[in-house]
Design a protein around this ligand. Structure first.
Ligand SMILES: Cc1cc2c(cc1C)N(C[C@H](O)[C@H](O)[C@H](O)COP(=O)(O)O)c1[nH]c(=O)[nH]c(=O)c1N2
Length: 225
């Protein structure tokens, strides 16, 4: 048998699946310890190695250093979160209001991953029909960073309860750059063993068997799973 690198060792495979299953969205368990620059560089390299449509690499990474910027983003969150809470009624609204949905000030690092919708010029290979593939690509960069952070013992929390225009203004983004993900990062006291929304009774994981279809919507998979 020829040796090749196309298959990972058992330990490496277990490591990858562990990172996938034990990655969490973190907002409550941040420690104040600073993330060393070499560790941050590894996370950003991981993000930068995500797949992208036409190899467009539409992402930029805005490292938020000033406290005043975070305070402005927190104020935006409070405003949007108030509106979001009003979408629910009665007990559900009280439950929503009890959830902690951001760690903007407690986390030692805030990072905005943006999508430059003009990168690569007007004709990007693979983006002619599905124009939002640049946004999808940027989401993959976020996920790469999220998984890499998990193996470094760093938690990541995604805050999307923000007005996109206000956020763009606070970060001085040009019009063609979309603020795709506002992230809070830091070492954590623990990673919960299930999503915080599940632990708090907001919503549970759906059974995979209900989400896998045969070649027509709603049809069971002939071969089973
Ligand atoms: C695009 C997007 C946007 C958000 C999130 C995620 C994603 C993918 N999540 C985190 C989300 O609630 C979480 O991923 C799920 O509850 C599942 O939990 P785990 O990520 O598995 O821990 C999230 N969480 C939060 O507290 N505030 C938020 O604004 C958001 N926004």
């Amino acid at each position: 048998m020829t040796t090749s690198n196309h298959r990972f060792s058992d330990a490496e495979r277990r490591g990858l699946y562990r990172a996938i299953h034990e990655r969490r969205d973190v907002r409550s368990q941040f420690l104040p310890d600073r993330i060393p620059p070499d560790v941050l560089a590894r996370l950003l390299e991981a993000a930068h190695h995500a797949p992208s449509v036409g190899f467009m690499q539409p992402w930029d990474f805005i490292v938020i250093e000033r406290r005043s910027v975070r305070e402005a983003v927190l104020a935006m969150f409070e405003q949007e979160n108030q509106k979001a809470a009003e979408r629910f009624e009665g007990e559900r609204q009280a439950h929503y209001r009890s959830l902690k949905l951001q760690g903007i000030m407690e986390s030692p690092l805030n990072l905005c991953i943006t999508c430059d919708r003009s990168r690569g010029g007007p004709h990007v290979l693979g983006r002619n029909s599905m124009v939002d593939t640049d946004l999808f690509s940027t989401c993959l960069a976020v996920q790469n960073l999220w998984l890499a952070a998990r193996v470094e013992g760093i938690g990541v929390g995604w805050v999307s309860i923000l007005d996109q225009e206000q956020l763009s203004k606070a970060l001085n983004l040009p019009d063609h750059v979309y603020p795709l993900a506002y992230l809070c990062l830091g070492y954590v006291s623990e990673f919960l063993d299930q999503p915080e929304l599940e632990a708090k009774g907001w919503r549970s994981r759906l059974p995979l068997s209900e989400l896998v279809h045969g070649d027509q919507w709603g049809q069971p998979l002939a071969s089973g799973l």
